[in-house]
Design a protein around this ligand. Sequence first.
Ligand SMILES: *Cc1c(COP(=O)(O)O)cnc(C)c1O
Length: 450
Amino acid sequence: MRIPERGLGRSDLRTRMRAMRASDADWRGGRTWSMVYYAGEELSGAVHDAYLDFLFENGLGPMTFPSLRRLETETVSMTAGMLGGDADVVGSMTSGGTESILMAVKAARDRARATRPEVREPELLVPVTAHPAFDKAAHYLGLRTVTAPVGSDYRADIDAVRQLITPNTIFMAGSAIAYPHGTVDPIAEMAALAAERGIWFHSDACLGGFLLPWVKKLGFEVPDFDLRVPGVMSISADVHKYGFAAKGASVVLYRDAELRKFQFYIHTSWPGGVYATPALTGARPGGAIAAAWAAMTCLGEEGYLRLARGMMETTRKLVAGIESVQGLRILGKPVMTVLAFASDELDVYALADALQRRGWHVERQHLPASIHLMVTPAHERIVEPFLEDLRAAAEEVRGQSPAATTEMSAIYGLMGALPDRSLAKEAALEVLNQVYRPGEVDLGQLLGIR
Ligand SMILES: *Cc1c(COP(=O)(O)O)cnc(C)c1O
């Protein structure tokens, strides 16, 4: 494709782009179970206004835009207060959880280089359920990833973690909550193991950071996970998830300013001047920073508590409904509003396909095969219609022969069953290659499945 020779007017442009969204997911109506966190028009309107007001401003220039410096430092400070931080805690805003994690690993690596120079082949140790952002960070930063198994409760197996620590381990992390099954790892025990050995410990609260504090305040049982836990040196929390901000906003916090210094990047001999940035990116969207501050300030504790109460009630109803379907069971004990269910009797991928035909976008997981749900306020009104469709889909799949298995279920079944993970990687590389090209894509054909 080329840039069009003649430009398109504003209104034609909008018509054309809106038409492109025809087959996008209907997240406002609660038909999706991932990707978007929506809490109604009042809040999203405030976030929208804030984003547009700072649409062109650049967070790279704290002196040029003192407003953005203030909005960022206040967002970080409010997040630290929510996560048990004291006056020494500092942090940064980043573009998302992946960047927050990348920065914590980078800080840990550079600190290890300074304080443990004998370590030549640094290792990062995380539970197998930890977000891929950790392995991605290790991949980018030259560390080796070591993964610990989880127990039958889908939380990190603490004995396995202890045994996997080596003289090369410089970074450990646990999740609060872990994305796949919504569980909280034994953060306090893991952080204690790390602290005894001088290893950096990170608590990944990207998904749970903006909800667990409120869930706990409502009286639900929440394991300790934040800066109140001794040994936790850094923690990440995504404002663009349960903080209900616009995409492009996360916070990474450090126990003190000495630790955060290892995150910064400074170049002093560039003809363009002394170049200093706190995190990965150069130019930073002012809108994302402003929208994060706006979401937190618009909701306040009262708003977050109200949303948390509603989502916990929705989750309770969903769990009860899922468990009442013969053959379905919840994996582990979800702490808040993210859960996965599996089956020993039904093909859950076929079940996911059957739900999809009824208009529900659910995420498929593997190792073990399961369906993932992430509850938001948008789901409050669809609990019954969803459960009705789930029951119907389960009955449909129950009588089905394996030959009826559809394309999507075949792909996931195949990927999960591949004995050699490098084959799965090859297949996924080819999918990415095809997806990021203009034109239509046919996943089934790509993977040779018909
Ligand atoms: C979403 C998520 C991340 C990564 O965050 P992005 O904003 O998608 O980059 C990291 N950890 C957990 C537990 C997550 O759910």
